[in-house]
Design a protein around this ligand. Structure first.
Ligand SMILES: [Zn+2]
Length: 291
């Protein structure tokens, strides 16, 4: 079903923009790039209306090619009928431009900072069962951000692997506007909101990190582990390898807060891991294909 609004304004109403994003798989329909513009496939001057089905997403390059006449209208229409990201099941990887010898990650108002001490300095602000959900590596002036967001079924839906941003098309809505990435589970329900502040800072003010039945909520001024009501606020960790380390870790990580025996929301850990392995392989397959 398509939302139709006749408007004299060129501004596309927000619900129509969202409908277009969902239909196009949150990326340029031609190449999958998560940075895009809304493009009326029919000439705006002629139609002067915003109909979701008549609007598509094009990245800057493909938009300019379309405007210049180098990318035919028919090719855009064809891509619109079979968007790149929907075909791949995941977005085209996008490289974040991080660099530097120092770094800061702010999670729910808690600050994690570190300096490059050589040999690939690492910092893991959040880890569950041996999986670093938020982490970074500083090495030779490179700053590599790593982050993974799972849904309730342990399926990874957002992955930043050494600065390379990649997302599945499963969530209800995904938007990269300016430096802010917002993933929504449903209307008005934010799964994660990340502000990238290159060259060397990342702020996570809202988020819901899930892993093997552990739930960590990020709010603007604190972190809450809902399984055992642990609240963390106002912490400043400097050159501390581990931050919040939850669950079982084969190689123990020294963190400012480690909780190994933690109650879970779903099944046993073995069940969860089995489930996760299946979903992980699916995602990695899609990821390889989309490179
Ligand atoms: Zn493109």
């Amino acid at each position: 079903m398509s939302t139709e609004t006749e408007f004299t304004s060129r501004n596309i109403p927000l619900p129509i923009q969202r409908e277009v994003r969902q239909r196009c798989g949150f990326g340029c329909v031609v190449c999958g790039m998560p940075l895009y513009e809304y493009e009326h496939m029919e000439e705006w001057a002629e139609v002067k209306r915003h109909v979701a089905d008549e609007i598509t997403l094009l990245c800057d390059q493909h938009h300019r090619e379309k405007t210049a006449g180098l990318l035919p209208k028919e090719v855009v229409a064809y891509a619109n009928s079979d968007p790149f990201n929907l075909r791949k099941g995941a977005s085209k990887p996008y490289n974040l431009h991080f660099a530097g010898k120092t770094a800061e990650i702010v999670v729910g108002g808690n600050s994690f900072t570190c300096e490059d001490h050589g040999y690939g300095t690492a910092m893991v602000p959040l880890s569950v069962d041996g999986t670093p959900l938020i982490g970074l590596v500083l090495t030779d002036g490179h700053l590599l951000l790593n982050l993974v967001v799972f849904d309730e079924c342990n399926v990874p839906i957002l992955h930043i692997k050494n600065n390379q941003l990649l997302y599945s098309i499963e969530p209800w809505d995904i938007q990269l506007v300016g430096k802010k990435l917002t993933v929504r589970e449903a209307a008005r329900k934010i799964l994660i909101e990340i502000e990238f502040m290159p060259p060397n800072k990342v702020i996570i003010n809202k988020g819901r990190f899930l892993r093997n039945g552990v739930e960590v909520l990020i709010r603007p001024s604190n972190i809450l582990v809902t399984n055992n009501n642990t609240l963390i606020s106002g912490c400043r960790a400097h050159n501390c390898f581990g931050g919040l380390i939850l669950g079982y870790h084969e190689k123990p990580i020294g963190g400012f807060m480690s909780i190994s025996g933690i109650s879970r929301y779903l099944g046993s850990r073995t069940e969860a891991l089995k489930f996760e392995k299946e979903s992980m392989s699916k995602f990695e397959l899609e990821e390889t294909q989309s490179v």
